[in-house]
Design a binder for this molecule. Sequence first.
Ligand SMILES: [Fe+2]
Ligand SMILES: [Fe+2]
Length: 322
Amino acid sequence: MKELVLSESADRFIKRLSKLSEKKQMTLTESHPWDEPYNENAWLKKRENLSIYGTKYYDLATEEERIRLAKLETGGWWASFIALENLVTEYYMKLINHQSLAQFPSVVEYMMHFCKEEIVHSMVFRKAMEHFRIEPVEISEFIKDFYQDNASMEEFPLKAIYLTIIIEWFAENNAMLDLQNDFVSPLAAAIAFEHNKEETRHIAWGKRMVTELCHQVPGFMEEAREFTPGFLRGLVDTIFGNMDVLERANFSHPAFQDIETYFETVLFSENKKRIDSEIMTPIFEFFVEIGIYHTDYRSYWEESRFDEIIDSILEKQTAETI
Ligand SMILES: [Fe+2]
Ligand SMILES: [Fe+2]
């Protein structure tokens, strides 16, 4: 493989990110209002973003059940964060130790900050689960096997970096949307905001790495164009389609017994479409910009039911250029 090149401006940008990481960091004990008393009825996400919102199931659920569902859906994200943050730390540290990225010292330095931040994040999420008395939520298989399936030690790890930022970016947009609301527990909101501060840097780093290297790593673009839509569909449906969450929400109305109809309704609802669009639009704008979205691969976006979001981005861009 030809030697990879990182531009000088990218190098400066990454060094700046390291400086920012050194300046201010989340701590396990001081960054959040942990003294918030435990309240069984606290909302852990906004009502409008509940999977059942806008469907008949919302009306059939009691208020107590809705609160429990909000708690489990947020707990599901926290559990997924913990798993991914542990896996990414293990994998990135392995890359550093194997000198896989030694050609880019600024990248190695930033990755060490990145890993340290993820270690603290996962401790914070674990503490949050304990605070809100949420038993670990069963997370999807594809998250568990993520780095085994996608991260090799031989080639340059751009695919793993790319997939990692997609997950981080998507999850952050989701958390900001779920928790930016007055009636949500201030502790739960602080957990999201403090995490977002550091994740914003992780995402900026990942985007820069991808932008710089996507055409240099052989085969990366073709592969990314092919797997990205399906991968994102799996990701965006992971909590709304979670069986463990449904079982533990323990809805009393008999309509919830028909599991197939239930999942079909919540995964295809108008409200879900709105949430998907709000979460995905900034990410897809990036895909359009760097060419991950490509008309030759249009059918993949249609199959994953993302074509409407893509079209509205393209229309907006056309309108702006006229
Ligand atoms: Fe994190
Ligand atoms: Fe992160």
